[in-house]
Structures are given as structure tokens and as C-alpha cells.
Ligand binder design. Structure first.
Ligand SMILES: CC(C)(COP(=O)(O)OP(=O)(O)OC[C@H]1O[C@@H](n2cnc3c(N)ncnc32)[C@H](O)[C@@H]1OP(=O)(O)O)[C@@H](O)C(=O)NCCC(=O)NCCS
Length: 161
């Protein structure tokens, strides 16, 4: 997929809890074949992780009438950091600004939680689109690794009362 950098407006997306109505569409969200080395082959894998693991919280990404992606978040009880993971925009919907819109929406949601001081995520060093997206949002590498992925963090700045 060619990528043309644009200053296009961010399209509206809604982050949805997983329900009886949307879980099938979220489960079917799939990256391109060559992106499967970076993420699960289907949103279904992350939905099951959220259901069975008790750590991650899956969300569906809706644009208009369609479910276009999956993303999930968690809190690391050890240090209180908030994590974003399982980010997939469906292959057919990539390159339209939806990944950026999803990150904006989830960062806003997490930053509104009273105990959120830092948001973390990780990505494979070869995952150029993800690295560029996260860097453009202010995430900076911490120098740590999670398995074969680089960890990056975004401080949550709060207005002083
Ligand atoms: C990474 C991903 C979520 C981006 O979603 P998207 O909707 O295609 O991205 P957007 O159209 O919102 O673009 C946002 C930014 O991502 C980067 N980007 C997106 N596609 C890119 C590409 N093909 N090449 C380089 N940078 C790219 C750019 O920085 C872009 O900003 P710009 O348009 O101002 O240059 C999507 O490619 C995806 O689902 N990939 C497979 C799963 C994955 O790797 N998830 C991340 C795991 S850490």
C-alpha cells in the first residue's frame, strides 16, 4: 500500500466496548498478510486474550457504520503505567487516518483516568508505520524491550489546579 503523507483532518472514530452486537465484526478485523509478523492475524486473538487474561480490555473501533479496527488497554499494577496494545486497523481501511484517530481517542480516554500518569506501548523495530505514528503522537523510546519489541512512553501532563 503506497503511503502519501498528508495533513488530512483526523476522521471521527468511536471506541466501543465489546458487545453482543459488535464482537463478530471486531473478531474479523485483520491486518495485511505481511503485517502478521507484527500483530495477531485476527482481532479474535486479542478478544480472547481480554476475555481470558483478566488484564487487557478490548475495544472496537467504529467509523460511521463500520467496525474498522481493534485496540486494547491495560494497567500495569506494578508501576501504575497504562498500556495500549493490540492495535489493528483492518487492511482495507488503512491509510485513511483511522489509526491516528484511534490513538487520539484512546489517549484522551486513558489520560482522563485519575491515576494515569504515563501511557506505554511496544512495537517491533521493523514496524515503520507504527513507529512513525507513535513518535508523531509524542511517544519516545524508553530503552526497554518487551520480548522482541521496543517500549515507548508518553507522559500524561495534568493541569495544576
Ligand atoms: C499501524 C496502523 C495501526 C496505522 O493505522 P492507519 O490507519 O493505516 O494509519 P493512519 O492512516 O492513521 O496514519 C497515521 C500515521 O501512521 C504512519 N503510517 C501509516 N501508514 C504508513 C506507511 N505505509 N508507511 C509509513 N508510515 C505510515 C504515518 O506516520 C501516518 O501519519 P501521516 O499520514 O501524517 O504521515 C496500521 O498500519 C495497522 O493496523 N498495521 C498493522 C497492525 C500493527 O502493526 N499495529 C501496531 C502494532 S504496535
Amino acid at each position: 500500500m503506497p503511503h502519501d503523507r498528508t495533513d488530512r483532518p483526523v476522521p471521527p472514530v468511536t471506541l466501543e466496548e465489546i458487545t453482543d452486537d459488535n464482537w463478530r465484526a471486531v473478531a474479523d478485523v485483520a491486518p495485511t498478510d505481511d503485517q502478521r509478523r507484527f500483530v495477531a492475524a485476527l482481532g479474535a486473538r486479542y478478544l480472547l486474550l481480554s476475555m481470558r487474561g483478566g488484564v487487557w480490555n478490548s475495544l472496537g473501533v467504529r467509523a460511521g457504520d463500520a467496525v474498522v479496527g481493534h485496540v486494547m488497554w491495560a494497567v500495569d499494577e506494578a508501576d501504575g503505567s497504562h498500556w495500549i496494545g493490540g492495535m489493528i486497523i483492518d487492511a482495507a481501511e488503512q491509510g485513511k487516518g483511522l489509526g491516528r484517530a484511534t490513538m487520539h481517542a484512546l489517549i484522551r480516554r486513558l489520560a482522563a483516568l485519575p491515576d494515569c500518569r504515563e501511557i506505554r506501548l511496544s512495537y517491533h523495530p521493523d514496524n515503520v508505520p507504527a513507529a512513525r505514528l507513535y513518535a508523531s503522537l509524542g511517544f519516545t523510546p524508553t530503552g526497554e524491550r518487551e520480548d522482541d519489541e521496543l517500549v515507548a512512553a508518553l507522559p500524561v501532563v495534568r493541569d495544576t489546579p
